[in-house]
Ligand binder design. Structure first.
Ligand SMILES: NC(=O)c1ccc[n+]([C@@H]2O[C@H](COP(=O)([O-])OP(=O)(O)OC[C@H]3O[C@@H](n4cnc5c(N)ncnc54)[C@H](OP(=O)(O)O)[C@@H]3O)[C@@H](O)[C@H]2O)c1
Length: 227
């Protein structure tokens, strides 16, 4: 029987590409959407605002009453790039609520369901922003590094229960509508690697997956380095 996979933010961007890839390969896919109504055929969708704690809890109960989940893909998230001082209060809370609180609570709330699966797996879509120190990405980098840390520590608690945790830390993925070649990874390319991770034998875990286009901008030489 094909695995049952829950993908958050499955109607747009990277999440949509993951849903398309998994549906194409016959997986039983449940996905969330919020504002996007153009849905992938063959997946079941549930609408939820993941920044709303009440809605999130209702969603967990709704999903929890269904069949077991083999894989949880915490993908939904928003990039914020602007000087910290110019960031609105609502944008700061959206970063924390969507990019960190939601995946943390979803993993926590769906653990009983994951434990029923044969070889459960949690995939957290973090970012390379968890590592570098780029101006304009303070809040985004902070929550992504927290998400990567959450995965690292959870591995120590959940691996003994048979639950695997994989962190994806992509560089730029072209979900921005930039004309190709963009020097970024394509969502469909990333989705193939997600499927690869899902198809690993149950005793294997890729801890952290970094992925970049080799033409990805990695920052220029600083002035003090001889060129
Ligand atoms: N693109 C990149 O370069 C890149 C690089 C590294 C990591 N990532 C990470 O990859 C993940 C996906 O990124 P993306 O580029 O595909 O993002 P995106 O194209 O901006 O899409 C954002 C996704 O988040 C969902 N979402 C936004 N607000 C929501 C809310 N309040 N409740 C529920 N869902 C909400 C959206 O759902 P609706 O459209 O249905 O509202 C959509 O599926 C994120 O975690 C991002 O940080 C992206």
């Amino acid at each position: 029987m094909k695995k049952r996979v829950l993908v958050t933010g499955g109607a747009r961007g990277i999440g949509r590409a993951i849903v398309e890839e998994l549906v194409r390969f016959g997986y039983d896919v449940v996905a969330t959407h919020y504002k996007t109504d153009d849905l992938v055929k063959g997946a079941q969708y549930l609408r939820v605002d993941l920044t709303d704690r009440g809605e999130l809890d209702k969603f967990i109960t709704q999903v929890g009453n269904r069949e077991p989940i083999d894989v949880l893909v915490n993908n939904a998230g928003l990039w914020l790039g602007k000087p910290f001082e110019k960031t609105a209060k609502a944008e700061l809370f959206e970063q924390i609520d969507l990019n960190l609180a939601a995946p943390t609570r979803l993993t926590h709330g769906l653990l009983p369901l994951l434990k029923k699966a044969e070889a459960p797996l949690v995939i957290n879509v973090s970012s390379q922003a968890a590592h570098p120190i780029f101006p304009g990405e303070a809040a985004y980098s902070a929550v992504k590094s927290a998400l990567s840390t959450l995965s690292n520590v959870l591995r120590t608690e959940l691996n003994p229960l048979g639950i695997r945790v994989t962190t994806f830390e992509p560089w730029g993925v072209n979900t921005y509508g930039i004309k190709e070649p963009s020097g970024m990874v394509l969502p469909s390319e990333l989705a193939k690697i997600v499927r690869y991770v899902i198809e690993l034998p149950g005793h294997l875990q890729l801890d952290t997956v970094g992925i970049s286009h080799i033409k990805q901008y990695r920052g220029g030489y600083p002035d003090w380095i001889e060129k």
